[in-house]
Every structure is written in structure tokens, then in C-alpha cells.
Design a binder for this molecule. Structure first.
Ligand code: MYA
Length: 582
């Protein structure tokens, strides 16, 4: 069933990013088939680590954590002793050596236990010391990782500043190189998790490197002179998260604490966030599973109008939607983990897609779940109140969702733009000189029409959906090309179309993930016993395909101008202002 990569021409497998290739009309199956699965040994280790996490979780009084606004230093120590602070770190530093998939699976369990627990451990491992693992020298790894992995020290990630939130490039903190090779850092950070509890921070600043204004990544340590932890922010949810301001006044950072090369800071920050966004995506999968469990418990026990709530169609519709969408989300999140485990270097778009889809799904699912819990759901002593407060930040941090949508669409469009820019150079006065470009373009077009004809490794029983995905990829590529031709550089300003494209990309990717996962289930246990998975896959793919069609149709036919004009009128009025009686 699986087509070996050796049978394909070399140029066809050389894609840097699965999702970016989609907009060129290419489906690089070898990146997403077969479905990735950790080996039996790792699966067993994951089960043990999840059991340890649950055992510690049972001893945590979550209301007390909110009141005390900290989970307790003893709990951190316990988590470290249980191996839960160094999940993906190499065993040589005392870590568990899990793959991205294994890490995500344990992280799901944290998310099911408590939001505060997951945020502390997420800030610590997903982003706090991730830069040291990805870009640190051997000396830096030896110096920092053993304590961080053991939970003797906590890590934080210091990127955000008052003037650099979504616009992370616009940092104001500055590091200046000294004659002895050290750097002197000045500036201010805000909203930094593990703020006063952290011992090691990956911090980012501007720095002049070879006469150019660039960014630098520095490892800051508690106690460095001039490094001050400021006031704590009071937050709506995740109240045990020690969120602080950090201030740097002439902090001298030795050369051996520079992470990677000076000048590479922005790339390092983005790489860490690419990975962190997967953690948030898989964390939302864990949280959503818990919500569904809560919902099922409630609707099957609670009776109204003489029957359990569960038997009403509008209740079933909500539970059915949550379950089928979660299946798609889970598939997409773990397919992305698989990309990392396969060594695919560029998973920036896939991780952003998981972050956006996961955090929004969780919010809407929580809203529906609370609705089904009725008045009980509104009570403070029931779980929904805290869940809603905790998860509201997810679509905002680690890349605000609308900013991520623009990032997804524009990054995916870039290679198409580059391919098309050749055509712009074709002047009518130089038809002969243009032939080479035209031939290249025609070749790429032909390739685009052939490449996605069908997804060959998908199980034959899923052929209908596999073919539909191939058609959607063609439509996606055509819509992208048409947008770029129509708006040229102004496509950068067309945020509504970017959103449509990003959401369509997410739904195509999710279908591919479901096809890969269910094909593997059919192979493993057979087609007949996997009837439920097939049923859910059918439903998810049909719905996702309809959403893709809808989004692409809206690119051609919409009332954007009207809605934007109404907003401008509202700004002009400075208020709603369409009075009834006053
Ligand atoms: S941590 C702080 C989070 N902050 C952000 O996420 C910042 C968001 N902003 C950005 O990501 C960037 O600034 C954007 C682009 C995307 C807006 N991978 O000209 P550019 C390259 C690789 O587009 P900008 C927090 O919240 C790009 O290709 N490369 O730049 C705590 C270009 O390269 P080149 C990338 O418009 C949360 C260059 O950079 C990427 O300024 C705690 C410039 O690009 C990328 N992604 O910015 C979470 N982006 O020049 C804890 C850009 O070569 C988690 N580039 O073409 C715990 C989980 C709990 C779960 C619990 C469940 C219950």
C-alpha cells in the first residue's frame, strides 16, 4: 500500500515543508505516510510517566493553587524526581529521551490534570529551555540541563515586551558587545511565566552584529547583577502561573551564555515557538478529551422532561461535533509531532495550524460543554468556571490566532509568489527572452496538475476522501495563484482572504492527517473492526471538505467591502450611535 520513496523521482520528495508544498499543488505523501507511531518501548514509558503525573496530580489541591497562586516548590521537586521535567531531553542529561510524540502524549495528561500545572511545565520545557536543547553548545547543555531536567531549577522564556507582543521582531531590549566578548543587556520584558520562580531564562534582545541591527538570544541566570524580577500580573485564569515583569539594568552576560550565534536571535525565538505551538496544540487535545468526558457524565446522568439530556438531538449534535472534530484535531496534532520525529526541519506552518485550530476548538467546545451543564456549569464549585478562565488565553499567547493565520497564509503563498514573479518579468517586447521562464512555468503547472491526482498511500477504502483532498489541493493552489495575480504585493494587506486561505489549509491538512491515521488503523486491525474510526473519518472529512469549498468560494464572492466600510463608519462615529429612543 505504501509507495516507497525510492520509487519516486528525487525532486518530488525534496520538499522542505508539507503544507507550503500544498499551495504549489504538491502533496508530499512521504512526509505524512505511514502514520507515525512511537515504538512499543516508548509507549510503555509514556504510560508510566502519565501514571506518575496522575498520581502527583491527585495530591494537588487545585483551588488552593489558585488561592496561593503557586503550585508549590515541593510539587516541582516531586515532578522532577518523577522524570516529568525533562521529558524529551537526552538520557545523558537525566532526561527521559522521549520523541516529540511521546512528549506530547504525556503533556496531554498534564493538561487533563490542571491548567496551572501544564502552564508551569509548558513554560519550563516547551519554550523555557527548548532553545538550549536545540541551539545550545555541549558546554551549555552540560551546565544547565541536569538541574532543569531534575526540577531543581525552573526555566522561563523572555521574549515579550511592552512594544513587542505579536510584533516580536520589534524588541526594544538591547545587548551591547563589550571588548572582553561579554554583552551588556538593558531593557524590560513583560508577561513572563515562571517569572520569580525561574532560575534560567532564554531572553531575546536587539544587538548590533557586524554593523547590522539584529537579534541575540541570551541565557540569563537568576542572581545576575542588574537582573530584577518585577511585579506580578493579576490574571483572569491560570492563577498559579507566576507571570512577571523582568527588568535588565546593565546586566553583564558572559559570552558563554550566548545561545547560538549573535544575530540568530529571531530565528532561535521562532524555532522555539514553532515547537512550543505543537505543545499547545496537543495540550488542547488533552483538555478537550477531559471536557468531553465531563460532558458525557453530565448529560447521561441529568434527566429533564422525563429522559436523560443525552437523548435529545441538540445534545447529541454537540457531543457528536466535539468527538468528531477532536478526532481530526488529534490526528493533525500527532501527525505534526511525527513530522518532527521524522526530522522534517520546517514544521512552522503545521505547528501554527495546530495551535490555531486546537485553541479555538477548545474554547468553542468548553462553551458548548458549559451550555449542556446548564445552571450547574455556571457555579464556581463546578469545573467549567475555572476551565473557561484558564483556556481563554490560549488563542492569544504563543502567537495570537489572527496573526498566526496571516503568518500561515503568507508563508504558504511565498513560494507560489516566487514562482509567479518570473512571469511578471515577461515583457511583451521581449518574447524570445521570456521563453525560458514560460517553459519553467508551464512545467510547474503540468506538474501541479499531475502531482496531487490522488493520495496513493491512503487505504483504498478511503479513496473517495483521498481523491477529494487531491481536488481541494488543486483548488487551493488555483485560489492562491489567482489571489497573487489579482492583488500582487497588496495580497499582504488582504487579511480576510489570508484567513480564508489559512483555514482552508488547516482543513486540508487535517483531512490528510485523518486519512493517514485511519489507513494505518485499517492496516493494523483490519477494515471491519475499525468501523467506528471509519465512520468518524467519513464524517470529519466530508465536513472539512465542505468548509474548504466554502472558504475558497468566499474568496471570490463575499461582502468584505461592506463590512470593512461599516467598521470605518463606526470608527468615524466613535461609538455604536444608531439610537432607538435617545
Ligand atoms: S511566548 C511569546 C509568544 N510570542 C509570539 O508567539 C510572537 C508572535 N509573532 C511571531 O511569531 C512573528 O513575529 C510573526 C512574523 C509570525 C508575526 N518559523 O518578516 P517576517 C521568519 C520560522 O514575517 P514579522 C508566550 O506567549 C520569516 O520566514 N521562521 O517577520 C508564552 C522571515 O525569514 P526570512 C519564521 O512579520 C506562552 C523572518 O522570520 C517564523 O516580524 C506560554 C522575518 O519574518 C516561524 N514561525 O513576524 C505557553 N516566523 O527573512 C506555554 C517568522 O528568511 C505553553 N519567521 O524570510 C503551555 C501549554 C499549555 C497547554 C495546556 C492545555 C490545557
Amino acid at each position: 500500500m505504501e509507495t516507497s520513496t525510492a520509487e519516486r523521482p528525487e525532486e518530488e520528495v525534496a520538499a522542505s515543508s508539507f503544507t507550503k508544498s500544498l499551495l504549489l499543488g504538491e502533496i508530499h505523501e512521504e512526509m505524512v505516510f505511514p502514520w507515525p507511531e512511537p515504538d512499543a518501548g516508548e509507549q510503555q514509558r509514556v504510560r508510566e510517566l502519565c501514571a506518575r503525573a496522575r498520581a502527583i496530580g491527585e495530591r494537588i489541591d487545585h483551588r488552593e493553587v489558585e488561592e496561593e497562586r503557586w503550585i508549590g516548590d515541593d510539587v516541582i521537586r516531586e515532578l522532577g524526581d518523577a522524570g516529568l521535567c525533562g521529558l524529551y531531553v537526552d538520557e545523558r542529561y537525566g532526561g527521559q529521551g522521549l520523541s516529540q510524540t511521546g512528549y506530547a502524549r504525556v503533556f496531554e495528561t498534564f493538561a487533563q490534570i490542571d491548567g496551572t500545572l501544564s502552564i508551569i511545565l509548558g513554560v519550563h520545557q516547551s519554550i523555557g529551555y527548548k532553545g538550549i536543547v536545540l541551539f545550545g553548545s555541549d558546554e551549555q547543555k552540560d551546565r544547565f540541563l541536569p538541574d532543569l531536567v531534575a526540577g531543581r531549577k525552573l526555566a522561563g522564556f523572555a521574549l515579550t515586551e511592552p512594544m513587542a507582543g505579536s510584533d516580536a521582531h520589534n524588541l526594544q531590549s538591547r545587548a551591547v558587545r563589550q571588548p572582553d566578548g561579554s554583552w551588556v543587556l538593558n531593557g524590560e520584558k513583560r508577561y513572563i511565566g515562571n517569572g520569580s520562580k525561574g532560575d534560567v531564562f532564554t531572553a531575546f534582545a536587539r544587538a548590533e552584529v557586524d554593523g547590522t541591527d539584529r537579534h541575540i538570544a541570551l541565557i540569563l541566570e537568576k542572581g545576575m547583577e542588574g537582573f530584577e524580577v518585577g511585579e506580578r500580573f493579576d490574571t483572569m485564569g491560570l492563577r498559579g502561573n507566576d507571570l512577571r515583569q523582568l527588568r535588565f539594568s546593565d546586566v553583564r552576560v558572559p559570552a558563554e551564555n550566548v545561545l547560538g550565534e549573535p544575530g540568530d536571535g529571531f530565528r532561535i525565538a521562532m524555532s522555539v515557538l514553532n515547537n512550543g505551538r505543537i505543545g499547545l496544540g496537543t495540550g488542547t487535545v488533552g483538555a478537550a478529551k477531559k471536557l468531553i468526558d465531563l460532558t458525557i457524565d453530565h448529560v447521561t446522568e441529568r434527566r429533564q422532561f422525563g429522559q436523560p439530556l443525552a437523548d435529545f438531538e441538540l445534545v447529541e449534535e454537540k457531543v457528536g461535533w466535539m468527538t468528531s472534530y477532536l478526532f481530526g484535531l488529534e490526528s493533525m496534532a500527532y501527525l505534526t509531532c511525527g513530522l518532527v520525529d521524522r526530522g522534517v526541519e520546517d514544521y512552522s506552518l503545521e505547528s501554527a495550524v495546530c495551535k490555531v485550530a486546537g485553541t479555538e476548538f477548545l474554547w468553542y467546545a468548553a462553551n458548548r460543554s458549559l451550555q449542556l451543564a446548564g445552571g450547574e456549569g455556571y457555579m464556581k464549585d463546578r469545573p467549567w468556571e475555572k476551565i473557561l478562565r484558564n483556556i481563554r488565553i490560549f488563542p492569544i499567547f504563543e502567537g495570537a490566532n489572527d496573526v498566526m493565520r496571516a503568518f500561515i497564509a503568507l508563508s504558504a503563498m511565498k513560494p507560489v509568489g516566487e514562482r509567479l514573479s518570473g512571469l511578471d518579468q515577461i515583457g511583451l517586447g521581449d518574447p524570445i527572452g521570456s521563453i525560458g521562464l514560460l517553459v519553467d512555468y508551464a512545467a510547474s503547472r503540468v506538474k501541479r496538475e499531475v502531482r496531487p491526482e490522488r493520495i496513493t498511500p491512503a487505504h483504498p477504502e478511503l479513496e473517495r476522501h483521498a481523491d477529494a483532498v487531491a481536488d481541494q489541493v488543486k483548488d487551493l493552489a488555483a485560489a492562491t495563484e489567482s489571489l497573487i495575480r489579482r492583488h500582487k504585493k497588496d495580497v499582504m494587506l488582504r487579511q480576510l482572504d489570508q484567513k480564508r486561505l489559512a483555514d482552508a489549509i488547516a482543513d486540508v491538512y487535517a483531512q490528510v492527517a485523518v486519512l493517514s491515521r485511519v489507513s494505518s488503523i485499517f492496516t493494523d486491525i483490519g477494515f471491519e473492526p475499525a468501523g467506528q474510526e471509519r465512520y468518524i473519518a467519513d464524517t470529519f472529512c466530508s465536513r472539512a471538505a465542505a468548509r474548504v469549498r466554502g472558504r475558497l468560494a468566499q474568496i471570490e464572492n463575499n461582502d468584505d467591502e461592506r463590512i470593512l466600510a461599516i467598521a470605518k463608519l463606526a470608527y468615524k462615529r466613535g461609538e455604536y450611535g444608531y439610537a432607538l429612543f435617545d
